[in-house]
Structure formats: C-alpha cells, structure tokens
Design a protein around this ligand. Sequence first.
Ligand SMILES: Cc1cc2nc3c(=O)[nH]c(=O)nc-3n(C[C@H](O)[C@H](O)[C@H](O)COP(=O)(O)OP(=O)(O)OC[C@H]3O[C@@H](n4cnc5c(N)ncnc54)[C@H](O)[C@@H]3O)c2cc1C
Length: 538
Amino acid sequence: MKDATLAPKNASFDYIIIGGGTAGCALAATLSQNASVLVLERGGSPYENPTATDMGNSVNTLLNNTPNSWSQLFISEDGVYNTRPRVLGGGSVINGGFYSRAGNDYVEEAEWEMEEVEAAYEWVEKKLVFEPQVIEWQKAFKDGLLEAGESPDNGFTYDHIYGTKIGGTIFDRAGHRHTAANLLEYANPNRIVVYLHASVHKVLFTTEAYEVLFEDANGVFHKANLANKATNEVILSAGALGSPQLLMLSGVGPAVHLEAHGVNPLVLDQPMVGQGMADNPMNFVAIPSPQPVELSLIQAVGITKFDSYIEGLSGLSLSFDITRRFFDGVLNLLNETSHTTSRKILTQSIAVLLKSFDVKLEVRMNGGLIFQKVDGPASKGHMKLRNTNPRDNPSVTFNYYQEPEDLNKCVKGLNTIIRMINSKAFSKYKYPGVTARELLNLMLALPINLRPRHVTSAFNLKQFCIDTVTSVWHYHGGCQVGKVVDKNYKVLGIDGLRVIDGSTFLKSPGTNPQATVMMLGRYMGQEIIRQRAAFHEK
Ligand SMILES: Cc1cc2nc3c(=O)[nH]c(=O)nc-3n(C[C@H](O)[C@H](O)[C@H](O)COP(=O)(O)OP(=O)(O)OC[C@H]3O[C@@H](n4cnc5c(N)ncnc54)[C@H](O)[C@@H]3O)c2cc1C
C-alpha cells in the first residue's frame, strides 16, 4: 500500500481496478493470484486511525465530513442526506457492520452459480465476519419482534429467511471493525500495487479500454495502462455513484448530457448509464430508555413477509462538535440541490437539536433506534453530472416512495415497529405512559432530512413515511446488469472494461448488501481468472 505521490508517471498492469472499496478489495485480492493488479483508491487507509473504526466511534466517523474524511456528504435532490465512502475498504469502513447473505431467489435471478456463490461467501466470512454477542437491549428487541408476529425464531444465521434472526457482524467481540481492506491479506503481495489518495479522472479508450488517468494528493497526474489489451482489463469498482460518474467522465453515457458538460470525445452514446439509481428508504423511531442500554449496532433483524426489514441499534455516542460540523456541511451543500427547504426553518431545528446536547463534548444516547428498510425498492431515479470534477458529487434523484408498493411496505413496517414497541418483551426499554405514536411524532420535529412536514403526518402513516424518509445507505444502480453491463459485468459495446460493484444491482440483496458486494468481488475475480486461463489455452 503506497501513497499515489510515489507512483511513476506511467506503469503497466494486467488489471487496473478503480476503487479499493467493498467489492474492489475482494476482486483485487483474487485477481492478484494469477495476474498483476493495480488498485487506485481515492481515499486513505483505514489502518491510519484504527480507533475511528471501533464500534463506539461509528456515528462520529460517519458524520465527520471534513475534506478528505472517510465519509463524503451528499444530499440527493429528494432532500435526504447521504454519504459516499472515501477510504480503502469503502463502505465497509463506515457502515453499520451487519452481515447477512442474499436469499436464494436473488442468486437465481442474478444467474450466479449457487456453489460458487456459497464458496465466495465463505471466503469472506473466514476473514472478517463474527457472531455478535447479544446482550439485553438487542435481546428485548428480538423477543419484541417475535411477539409482534415476526416468527419463527431462526437463531443465529447468515441466511435470508422469513422470521426473526441474529445475523453476522464485521465487528469482533471487542468492538473492533474488520473491513474489506482485510481481504487484501489474501492477495499475492508480489503481484498487487495499491495506491491511496489516487483520484481517477477518466479511462482513456482506443477500441478497448487501455489507459487510466489519476491524480495524486499533490495534484500531479499519472497514467497506468494495460500490459496486453487482448486479455487484460480496466475494472470499475468505484461504487454506485463513482462508477456511473466515471463512465460518463470517460465519454460513455447519454450523448446529449455529456456534450452539455463538454465531455470529449464521446466514446459511446449509452443512455442507461446513471439510470435505475435506487436507495432503499429507511424510516426510524428513537426510543429513549428508562434503563441503561448497551452499545449495539445491528444484530437482530425481522425479515417480514411483506418485504420490509426491521433492524435496531442502541447506546450510540456522538460528539457535539462533529454533529455541529455535519450540519454546517448540510447548510453549505444545500445550495447545490434544487430542493426547496427553507434554510431558516432548518437552521432553527438544528439549533434546537444541538441545544438538547447541552454542549457536552460527547453525548451517549440512552435508548435505541429502530428502523424499517423497504426491500427493492420499486421506485427508481437517476444520476447526472454536475460538473467534470470526479471529486465532486454528481446530482442524484432517488424518487423515494414514488411507487405505491414501497409506501405500503413502509406502513406495514411501521405498524410492526409499533407492535414491537408495545410488546411485553420490550416494555422495560420504553418509558411507561409514552405511546408509540408519540415517539413517531417526535421524529417530525427533528432535522433528519430536508423535506417538508405535513400536518397529516401526525396521524397518517403514509404521509409520515414520505416526510421522515432517510437513507439506509444501501443505494445501488447506475450501471445495471442487462442495461449497462452484461451478465459477465462487461460494459456493453466496449471491450476490456467491466463494472463490478453495487452499481450493477437491480435491487438491494438480502436485508443488507455488503455480504453480497464482497461475495460478488470474489465470485467475479474467480470467473475472470477462469476466462483468462481459457483464453491462454486457446
Ligand atoms: C453509513 C452506511 C451504513 C451501512 N450499513 C450497512 C450494514 O450494516 N450492512 C451492510 O450490509 N451494508 C451496509 N451499508 C452498505 C454497504 O456498505 C455498501 O452497499 C457497500 O459498501 C457498497 O460497496 P461498493 O463496492 O459498491 O462501493 P464502495 O464500498 O463505496 O467502494 C467504492 C470505492 O471507490 C472509491 N472511488 C470512488 N470514486 C473514485 C475515483 N474517482 N477514483 C478512485 N477511487 C474512487 C471510493 O473511495 C470507495 O472506496 C452501509 C453503507 C453506509 C455508507
């Protein structure tokens, strides 16, 4: 692992992987067994600041949106805050750590080989997945879900099955996070080079992808190229925002849009790049507790038959200073979106929230957050360039709850949460006399997004879903299979170029995607090695 300032002006490799994230690390480690691999990652190393990845610091790490931090804030045109990972290991460095495989139906629809998929999941699990230690709050939450009707109790399993289960986690029992970057321990050290702080600007093409232009932290540009264009490839693993953005910046995308931004030359008019962007809506309820609660991220999950997933976390800490800076970032970015939030109302509600912190340096939440995530989702949006700087956020619209089926799932999910809050099993973690509806309505007063609040939200769950929607950060799409890439993840119409990451998904896999994103990196790495061997045999 080296800083990109140490990169030569030009170097050759068999595979150039753009983005050392959740999929990219698994892919790079696998390909390096049989070929020379270059990984270009725009962020730094998660090992630079090991305590920032600990469970207790997860909210502060996520909210830290200072320049070059691991979490790059963006706001979708829907008026919902979101984040883009910017660190080796990608989303696995800043996420909730929950690990759960995709269901068999997902694997069948993707036309992946079941046995190979199983082996790829196991390869990931051996390195970085643990069974969580379930303590009091998570146990009460799990028992509450069962009482609310989400049965059977499936115990501890990685599998995606209806009912209530305890899933895996990438946090060990001491609360230390293990990330996709750890998968690089599998790599052949003699055949892999990883450059950090290497921001890729574009892929340069002849008849096939052959060169990648990247900038180091000092603003110096470097090139990397493919040693042999017949068998070698550039692979985009820059995530659901990064991969479609880089395709567009490289001249592959909707011609009229690229021309409007002066992208030159136009390599391929491909109107589907940036389409099919989706983010699973999340609606959450904060539940203050009269009892002390343990620190826990997601452990138990209710997998309902109506396709809403119910998850919870407890006892999180956040710092006054980082929260204040997060909202400064939101106010700074607000002008970038076309969303029409009143800055005055937002500033007031941020001030009220921060006042409740009492300017203590660190606030620990004595209570939990329970949320529902809508599976799919059916509602889709799109991504567009704002400018041609790859470091800047593109403009993204997710169209949350545009499709009635998503809204119906949300309402059913919230009704399950209400039953869970009212369950006997969970009763000691809720103040007596406080109703579930009062807890829900509390969310309407908090600056959890930039959307308007309607008076009907206080009694109409559909309107509540729309007004209080947040992101569960499982956004995907933009380079979807069958639209931008084929079943082998090769970019349609261009040789020597693939996309392998969450941007290729048609919907979010399992309850949470990271297991399948890492699995896909391993699975496709193995597949590419097989294809390479077959080519050489010929
Ligand atoms: C806050 C949060 C909580 C989450 N919680 C969970 C959870 O509990 N469980 C779960 O399963 N999933 C969770 N997820 C989702 C999961 O982490 C993501 O779906 C997954 O990490 C996406 O992987 P990816 O490989 O597609 O992209 P990423 O992991 O984002 O990787 C993309 C990489 O490309 C790099 N990159 C982008 N552009 C460039 C460029 N121009 N040049 C060089 N490098 C570039 C980025 O820096 C990044 O490292 C969460 C995500 C977040 C953000």
